[in-house]
Write a protein that binds this ligand. Structure first.
Ligand code: IPE
Ligand code: IPE
Ligand code: MG
Length: 249
């Protein structure tokens, strides 16, 4: 049964692509006098709830910032625990993703992941590749600047004259070339920064920051973010009047 909050969602104006900076696991654990790793473990429950919630709402693309290029600099025990949790998630959830028609995708410098994690990731991507309900993209060893640098390297190997480089053909060299532009960015735990996430793609994305810590984030929080998004007026540089007319078209 659909809840009261969910019935307020305009299904004709859903964000096509929601991206989430899942932050606050450490603070959640700290508040409870637990170690940071317990916070990450608890955060996995939110991942499950939000992925299922997004699918049930009819959202087609969700991208989760799970591990940044800079997160490698954290203490080794924490990095190892995060890699282990990721592997467990993939092993445990793989079949469920498949059953639910969820296609797994990943962006970032995936080759930097430990080999066993990389293998399970590739296997799960392959196994779920026909999923049509929702594309779940995990950003792993991901950095926005790193992505732009990687794209520049790739494009410079192509036969494209410098004067022919434009936004459309450049974007084809980004990790996100097969994803729609993000409509909504959610960041949990209150920080007002991008932390090197999707620097190119977020150009006109609506930003929603909530104080809720990631391990406490559930489907109802996702719905609240979507409802907030649906009250926004997106202008893309136009005047308010122009933007309204464009919506009608
Ligand atoms: C987000 O939670 C998870 C990762 C960055 C991997 P944090 O671990 O950053 O939690 P805080 O910011 O310390 O609370
Ligand atoms: C961003 O969170 C990275 C992920 C959520 C994976 P961080 O906790 O690493 O960001 P900063 O350090 O607070 O900017
Ligand atoms: Mg953090």
């Amino acid at each position: 049964m659909k809840g009261k909050l969910e019935s307020l969602v305009d299904k004709n104006n859903l964000p096509a692509h929601i991206v989430i900076i899942m932050d606050g696991n450490g603070r959640w654990a700290n508040k409870k006098n637990l170690d940071r790793i317990s916070g990450h473990r608890e955060g996995m429950k939110s991942v499950r709830a939000v992925v299922q919630g997004a699918k049930d709402l009819g959202v087609k693309h969700i991208t989760l910032y799970a591990f940044s290029a800079q997160n490698w600099q954290r203490p080794k025990v924490e990095v190892n625990a995060l890699m282990e949790l990721l592997k467990q998630y993939l092993l445990r959830e793989g079949d469920k993703l498949l059953e639910n028609g969820i296609r797994l995708n990943a962006i970032g410098r995936l080759w930097e992941l430990p080999q066993d994690v990389h293998e399970v990731l590739e296997e799960t991507i392959e196994k779920t590749k026909d999923g049509k309900e929702l594309t779940l993209t995990l950003a792993l060893s991901y950095g926005g600047r790193e992505e732009i640098i990687d794209a520049v390297k790739k494009i410079s190997c192509e036969k494209i004259a410098p004067e022919d480089v434009n936004q459309t053909n450049f974007a084809r060299f980004l990790y996100t070339s097969d994803l729609p532009e993000p409509d909504l960015l959610i960041r949990t735990s209150g920080e007002m920064r991008l932390s090197n996430f999707m620097l190119w793609q977020l150009a006109y994305t609506e930003i929603y920051v909530t104080k809720t810590l990631w391990p406490n984030f559930r489907k109802r929080h996702l719905i609240k973010a979507i409802l907030n998004y649906q009250r926004r007026e997106r202008r893309f540089g136009l005047t308010g009047d122009q933007a309204k007319k464009r919506e009608v078209i």
